[in-house]
Write a protein that binds this ligand. Structure first.
Ligand code: ADP
Ligand SMILES: O=P(O)(O)O[C@H]1O[C@H](CO)[C@@H](O[C@H]2O[C@H](CO)[C@@H](O)[C@H](O)[C@H]2O)[C@H](O)[C@H]1O
Length: 457
């Protein structure tokens, strides 16, 4: 059953479109890295919106679909799909195959993940360049930034929560996969930082939105591509392999994080977290720990020790301690930091932790939360090295905090209770993330869990 169907007006996809794709999507969707509902069966699909971008009666058809995958708990998540339609798939597109349609309006055709194909990817950039309105899709651009026509696209192959296409090493378009209504911080925060003149974050050039059932959806963001960049994770692993210290880079990263925090605090409202808010924060952390221990048995022996991190924070709140909260990155780790060949660091991916509700991701939070994320990341890098290098992690963590203090005047280590609570919350999140997505990596956050559960050992 269609919820809302938006058409380009050029041709109707026909009522049987989704029914004919259903058996193929059931098999293909759960295999995608960005599919958020892993481990729960997909029981069906409903069409939220369908827009024909290239006519499907031509040699290459293109549908933009928003499709809800029915899973428990209902109603299931909504995903953005770009479906190419051809008579037959050329061999170079074999990895993009979704399947051969047996019935319905596309019977006899082959459907595939269109982002692998240059022509559909070009259509998206051209629509952003010309600020097209197609069906319910709104391709919009910063009037102060131009997009040259004809930039060659290539789909990024990195492990991602979404899908990105690089155009001529000039722009990168991130198409969000799991779509939720509302203002998306991945567009909101970089736009606010650009207005603030913060050069640490690539300024959005253009974006794709949809208005569905009077709710706004952000579907994608185009931003300048940092050419020749190395991300912080790759760089850290490289230095670890060479036995090199990461202190200077970690310090620079601390400064970059602080600059972004200062700009966000200027650009968007801040608030004070008092007893009520801190109690809610502690409750949230405790509930996440309970849910994680339920989902991942290996976490259970450490749960009582981890809880002491949260009760210590509750104790401070009861004594009347308050903290300032502001908008933050929300999922900061080494992979979200790009170092340009000239040594400048940029921060990317302001979506927050994708599994949390959007409203929660947009709340002001103590900046220490981002710092805890980065500290966890140094630990991750050190534990992925062979042999593990805890001393390297300790030095990088210290240098990062010092760099942060150089800009803000406040060293995060002077706030150990809040820092330990957030590090614990993050490690718990990572345990669940790894159990779900990369079970081989589970020992990495579990080693931190052991340390955080026994802070004096
Ligand atoms: N502006 C940019 N310049 C260069 N590379 C980028 C840029 N933005 C993202 N990337 C690359 O794309 C990858 C995925 O981007 P990210 O925003 O983290 O997507 P996701 O939310 O899907 O994880 C990054 O790890 C980085 O390698
Ligand atoms: O980049 P994403 O928004 O998709 O973030 C998710 O995936 C990350 C892994 O790709 C995950 O990060 C964890 O692993 C990193 C090493 O691969 C490490 O640097 C991080 O510190 C660690 O949290 C992130 O948690 C998840 O949300």
């Amino acid at each position: 059953m269609a919820e809302t169907v938006t058409l380009s007006g050029r041709t109707s996809p026909g009522p049987g479109l989704l029914a004919s794709l259903d058996p193929l999507l059931r098999e293909w969707l759960p295999r995608q890295r960005w599919f958020a509902g892993k481990g729960r069966p997909v029981t069906g699909f409903s069409l939220v919106a369908a827009t024909e971008l290239l006519p499907v009666d031509g040699t290459l058809g293109l549908y933009h679909l928003l499709v809800r995958a029915h899973q428990s708990p209902a109603p299931g998540d909504c995903y953005q799909l770009l479906i190419g339609v051809r008579e037959a798939l050329p061999p170079r597109l074999a990895p993009a195959l979704i399947g051969h349609v047996e019935e319905g309006p596309l019977a006899g055709r082959t459907v595939y993940e269109a982002l692998h194909d240059p022509r559909p990817a070009e259509v998206l950039l051209e629509a952003l360049r010309t600020q097209a309105h197609i069906g319910g899709l709104r391709f919009e651009r910063d009037p102060g930034q131009d997009i040259a026509p004809g930039l060659a696209p290539r789909l990024m192959t990195a492990e991602q929560s979404n899908s990105s296409v690089v155009y001529g090493d000039t722009f990168i378009l991130k198409l969000l996969r799991r779509i939720v209504p509302g203002t998306n911080p991945d567009l909101e925060l970089p736009l606010a930082l650009a207005l603030e003149g913060c050069a640490r974050v690539p300024a959005p050039t253009a974006w794709l939105r949809a208005e569905l059932a009077e709710e706004p959806y952000v579907l994608g963001v185009l931003q300048p591509f940092v050419r020749g960049a190395t991300d912080g994770w790759e760089l850290a692993l490289r230095e670890l392999r060479k036995g090199e210290d990461f202190g200077a880079e970690a310090r620079a990263l601390g400064r970059a994080t602080a600059e972004v925090h200062v700009a966000l605090a200027r650009a968007l409202p801040t608030t004070t977290l008092g007893r009520v808010q801190l109690d809610l924060l502690v409750t949230g952390m405790s509930e996440r720990l309970d849910a994680a221990a339920q989902a991942v048995p290996a976490l259970r022996p450490y749960a009582p020790g981890l809880r002491t991190a949260f009760s210590a924070l509750a104790d401070l709140a009861a004594e009347g301690h308050t903290w300032t909260a502001q908008r933050i990155h929300g999922d900061l780790h080494l992979g979200q930091c790009l170092r340009s060949p000239s040594g400048e660091w940029s921060l990317i991916d302001f979506e927050g932790e994708p599994s949390r509700p959007l409203a929660e991701r947009r709340l002001p939070q103590p900046p220490v939360r981002d710092i805890a994320g980065m500290l966890r990341s140094f630990d991750y890098a050190a534990h992925s090295a062979d042999p593990p290098a805890p001393g390297w992690a300790g030095r990088s963590r210290a240098a990062y905090c010092s760099g942060y203090a150089e800009v803000t005047g406040a060293d995060p280590r002077t706030d150990p209770v809040l820092l330990r609570a957030y590090e614990t919350d993050k490690a718990v999140y990572e345990v669940v993330y790894e159990a779900r997505h990369r079970p081989d990596w589970l020992p990495v956050p579990l080693s931190a869990v052991r340390r955080l559960a026994n802070p004096t050992t």
